[in-house]
Design a protein around this ligand. Structure first.
Ligand SMILES: NC(=O)c1ccc[n+]([C@@H]2O[C@H](COP(=O)([O-])OP(=O)(O)OC[C@H]3O[C@@H](n4cnc5c(N)ncnc54)[C@H](OP(=O)(O)O)[C@@H]3O)[C@@H](O)[C@H]2O)c1
Length: 221
């Protein structure tokens, strides 16, 4: 049975991913900052709920240690925040801590686990607004810079680990009806995750380090 780890799986896109991959027969490890309060995630059969705070290195280290040598076929770094609307240095740094440093630290900690899979993949849920080429309106400077930074970080890892048997990709989920996306967003979580699952399922190693949206469109940097 293939194993997937999904961060931030207690609500939003992460929860929908957990539902869909579990229904598809995967062994799902869903993380939450407070597993005991993750009622919707705990309610899904065949999902193991483990604690993980992307902003805390000790939490990432404990998670990796508890996983041991278990092979991981797919790691989805989904947890993320949108951040504040007004300038605050600490808020901006916190956003980078969760959206950039967390995914990189977790990817590094779990690299050997994913490399143990015959077809190991690591995905980070980025955003189209991290694309400099497609930035035609400005705004959202905090969030845009964090997603541009995680794209660069993922590109570095993809190149550094090119020959280590892993495939890395960045995905934009679309504008989705979650707490973050709001109720006016274009897509339901179900539609977005169905699309992303199709893109992830079709990824081959020659796509290592690429940036796609949920429909499979490659997004320019
Ligand atoms: N929705 C959209 O339209 C959209 C568009 C582009 C990209 N994205 C990206 O898609 C991903 C998921 O977004 P979403 O719409 O599902 O957002 P969401 O509904 O706000 O859910 C965010 C998830 O991240 C978790 N999280 C926040 N801080 C964390 C931390 N320090 N450590 C671990 N988990 C943490 C949350 O857990 P708690 O419940 O504990 O806070 C929650 O599970 C994010 O990376 C986001 O940037 C979303």
């Amino acid at each position: 049975m293939a194993t997937i780890i999904i961060t931030g799986a207690n609500r939003g896109l992460g929860l929908e991913m957990a539902k869909q991959y579990a229904a598809d027969g995967w062994n799902v490890i869903g993380t939450a900052r407070e597993p005991e309060k993750a009622d919707a995630l705990n309610a899904i059969d065949a999902v193991t709920v483990l604690p993980l705070d992307a902003a805390e290195d000790a939490s990432i280290e404990t998670f990796a240690k508890d996983l041991g040598d278990q092979p991981v076929d797919l790691l989805i770094n989904n947890a993320g925040i949108y951040g504040p609307s007004e300038f605050d240095r600490k808020d901006w740094l916190d956003l980078f801590s969760i959206n950039v440093i967390g995914p990189v630290r977790l990817a590094t900690a779990l690299k050997d686990n994913v490399a143990r899979s015959a077809d190991g993949k690591m995905v980070v849920i980025s955003s189209q607004v991290g694309s400099i080429a497609e930035n035609d309106s400005g705004s959202m400077i905090y969030y845009r810079t964090s997603k541009a930074a995680v794209n660069q970080a993922w590109t570095c890892l993809a190149k550094q680990w090119q020959d280590d048997g892993l495939t890395l990709a960045m995905l934009h989920p679309g504008w989705v009806q979650t707490d973050m996306g709001g109720e006016d967003a274009d897509l339901t979580p179900q539609e977005s995750v169905e699309g992303m699952r199709g893109v992830i399922g079709g990824l081959t190693h020659d796509q290592n380090g690429k940036f796609y949206d949920y429909s499979g469109r490659e997004i320019p940097w």
